[in-house]
Design a protein around this ligand. Structure first.
Ligand SMILES: Cc1ncc(COP(=O)(O)O)c(C=O)c1O
Length: 435
């Protein structure tokens, strides 16, 4: 095996995949190709590229060389065959499910999801004639029973935001495959450093790259990764978007034109990103690539800090329950041992002990007293941040949906950052004194 053939480790891949210096300037860092469009050397070249018979850049809504580095790097880190970088995590979730469901499709989704995804599936999907059934992700019979003739995907988060329920990915993947549909995993909270869904049978991964991938709270972005494991050709009639020849692609099917490895990602990019306009800006792609370069180092520290903070919260008299898999009584501790051998993510939640007083008022007193820790509607920042899901990120959800997701008025979400663990604990301690 030559040096060039050697499979690289995670840290090497996160620094090098998708970019070989080769522009005339030989920049060692992937450049920001801040250009809306690309010049063609001839009209024939333009015609061939527009007809998708020749590969190459046309317009940055469809593709861009800086986006391409991010796509290739994340595809390798997730063990996939192709990826599409898009404007946000929300776009990654929406476009993946639109592309899989086609017209009149149905998704079986976990009830334990980020609030924006619940809004998309539970509300906006209906506007487009798409259907959803939410199930408790730990109830395997519920996944099985929810399948209908028009089901085209299963969807869940590997580690759910905000309660950190850990999904038994392999069991849900098996049920999805029995039903002849792919399992899509939102791997935002875990990241491929802690968990690779492909290793447990998942077929697609989506990311809000806004979070740990960027890692510094500066840029929105999302990525869809085709893990190359789902055989669409087993039942081509279920996937007309891939198998029916279409005038948009010169009267051939995407499967015929691009093959199993690129057909789905081409559908996402050339149809959905192109038509709906959810392109990732080259500058944001650059920021996300830079963030990726230190993913393993940052996540290792996030994990260590989170464990320290969870243990402190667990011992604090004002805290009733801490939803972190390192805590002895956590229901997902066993599943986490299988799926998260390097440790549990730093996004989790805790609840104040019940009292006569209104939960919102008590949470507000604690949150408003924080000094280093900020109240922010985000996760995966380098800084430690908290949120109150019931009134912020998950505020559109009905009381029933909140209960199904495990969220109450007393729930505080924390995304533990990279500060000194002692400083995070000290800030929480002085704030919890007001509970
Ligand atoms: C698990 C998860 N998926 C998707 C999203 C949506 O990502 P974005 O905010 O980048 O659109 C979020 C945002 O918080 C999230 O936490």
């Amino acid at each position: 095996m030559t040096q060039a053939d050697r499979p690289s480790g995670f840290a090497t891949t996160q620094l090098h995949a998708g970019y070989v210096p080769g522009t005339p300037e030989y920049t060692v860092v992937p450049p920001v190709y801040q250009s809306s469009a690309y010049a063609f050397s001839s009209l024939t070249e333009a015609r061939e590229k527009f007809a998708l018979r020749e590969q190459g850049y046309i317009y940055s809504r469809n593709s861009n060389p800086t986006q391409a580095v991010l796509e290739q790097r994340l595809a390798v880190l997730e063990g996939g065959v192709a990826a599409a970088a898009v404007s946000s995590g929300q776009a990654a979730v929406a476009l993946t499910t639109f592309a899989l469901l086609g017209r009149g499709g149905h998704v079986v989704a976990s009830s334990q999801l980020y609030g924006g995804t619940v809004d998309l599936f539970g509300d906006t999907f209906g506007d487009f004639g798409l259907e959803v059934t939410f199930v408790d992700q730990d109830d395997f019979d519920a996944w099985r029973d929810a399948v209908r003739p028009n089901t085209r995907a299963f969807f869940a988060e590997s580690v759910a935001n905000p309660i950190a329920q850990v999904l038994d990915v392999a069991s849900v993947a098996e049920i999805a495959h029995e039903a002849g549909v792919p399992l899509v995993i939102d791997n935002t909270v875990a990241t491929p450093y802690l968990l690779r869904p492909r290793d447990f049978g998942a077929d697609f991964v989506v990311h809000s790259a806004t979070k740990f991938i960027g890692g510094h709270g500066s840029s929105l972005g999302g990525v869809v990764v085709d893990l190359g494991t789902f055989d669409f050709s087993a039942e081509p009639e279920k996937w007309p978007g891939l198998f029916v020849p279409h005038w948009r692609y010169g009267d051939v099917s995407l499967w015929e034109a691009f093959g199993p490895e690129r057909a789905f990602i081409t559908l996402v990019k050339s149809k959905f990103v192109g038509d709906l306009g959810t392109a990732l800006s080259p500058f944001n792609a650059f920021q996300l690539i830079t963030g990726l370069e230190t993913l393993d180092l940052r996540i290792a520290r996030h994990v260590d800090n989170a464990k320290t903070v969870a243990s402190f919260l667990d011992r604090h008299p004002a805290v009733g329950v801490v939803f972190h898999p390192s805590i002895g009584t956590n229901p997902w501790k066993g599943v986490a041992r299988t799926y998260l051998p390097k440790g549990s993510p730093s996004v989790f939640a805790f609840e104040l002990v019940p009292s006569e007083e209104d939960a919102f008022a008590r949470v507000e007193r604690v949150v408003d007293a924080l000094r280093t820790i900020r109240l922010v509607a985000n996760i995966g920042d380098a800084r430690t941040i908290v949120a109150h899901p019931a009134s912020m990120t998950h505020n559109h959800m009905t009381p029933g949906q909140l209960a199904a997701a495990g969220i109450s008025q007393a729930t505080i979400r924390i995304s533990v950052g990279l500060e000194e663990a002692d400083d995070i604990v000290a800030d929480l301690e002085q704030a919890l004194a007001r509970a």
